[in-house]
Design a protein around this ligand. Structure first.
Ligand SMILES: Cc1cc2nc3c(=O)[nH]c(=O)nc-3n(C[C@H](O)[C@H](O)[C@H](O)COP(=O)(O)O)c2cc1C
Length: 246
């Protein structure tokens, strides 16, 4: 799979997980076979950048592979500035968070809350894409609530705005992490856009990886909790899944 000018070595991407995917964990995952590991989210609010947590998340010296840095926020200008700042700090790819369900993020209308406002989504994506020369990717959920799964609408906006790859977690915001991820919306998104689509949610075995890839037609898989505490799962997944495939 291609993300802008970056050709990934396989179809396994490690999901951004705040408090989990720090630089050490990302490096470990890359060594264990992930093609890309996305950073923990960084707020677009510059007032919090001067904290230990943000400083740690912004440091990339010693980082292996392609550096995809995720930003979160709801103000187009702040998001554009945060993207520029992180590129100056060494980001190769900027990823935009429109999937986080956390209350403290959603109450500022950031993360998955943005899926309720396609106009604001468009403004943010246009602002960020035009602010930086690096590829910009987006991560979404299938919608805000099961009755309003607008993932296809948001995906089309993303494509029109110049987003080069879209990761989709197969739950709505209202679902939080409950129940099971569904893959029909991801499949519908894949059928409605030409940019690469990355399927995410509950992929925890090589067999499930193969199923999700085949069912959705996605270009790659994003794995979060399945890799937590066992980055070797990725390598096992890839090797076994290639065997399952052949
Ligand atoms: C502890 C934790 C932290 C997370 N932090 C982020 C984050 O910073 N940005 C984001 O887009 N998603 C975040 N997520 C969501 C994951 O990226 C992923 O979409 C979700 O866990 C579903 O994938 P999985 O079933 O493979 O874990 C987080 C999830 C967990 C469990």
């Amino acid at each position: 799979m291609q993300i802008g000018s970056y050709q990934l070595s396989n179809q396994l991407i490690v999901a951004p997980m705040a408090g989990v995917t720090d630089q050490a964990f990302r490096n470990l995952c890359l060594r264990y076979g992930a093609a890309l590991a996305v950073s923990e989210m960084l707020s677009s609010n510059p007032e919090v950048w001067d904290s230990d947590k943000s400083r740690q998340r912004m440091t990339h010296s010693g980082e292996e592979g392609v550096r995809s840095v995720q930003i979160a926020g709801a103000d187009p200008e702040l998001m554009a500035n945060a993207a520029k700042f992180n590129v100056e700090q060494g980001a190769h790819i900027i990823d935009i968070n429109m999937g986080c369900p956390a209350k403290k993020v959603n109450k500022k209308f950031a993360g998955s809350a943005l899926m309720q406002s396609p106009d604001l989504v468009k403004d943010i994506l246009q602002a960020v894409v035009s602010a930086v020369d690096v590829p910009v990717t987006l991560k979404i959920r299938t919608g805000w609530e099961p009755e309003h799964r607008n993932g296809v609408e948001i995906a089309k906006i993303a494509e029109d705005c110049g987003i080069v790859s879209l990761a989709v977690h197969g739950r709505t915001r209202q679902c939080m992490y409950k129940g099971f991820a569904e893959y029909d919306t991801i499949k519908a998104i894949k059928q409605n856009v030409s940019i690469p689509v990355v399927a995410n949610g509950d992929i925890d075995s090589p067999e499930k990886a193969k199923f999700v890839l085949d069912y959705t037609g996605a270009d790659a898989l994003m794995i979060g909790r399945g890799a937590q505490g066992r980055p070797g799962f990725l390598k096992k997944s890839y090797i076994t899944w290639k065997q399952v495939k052949s």
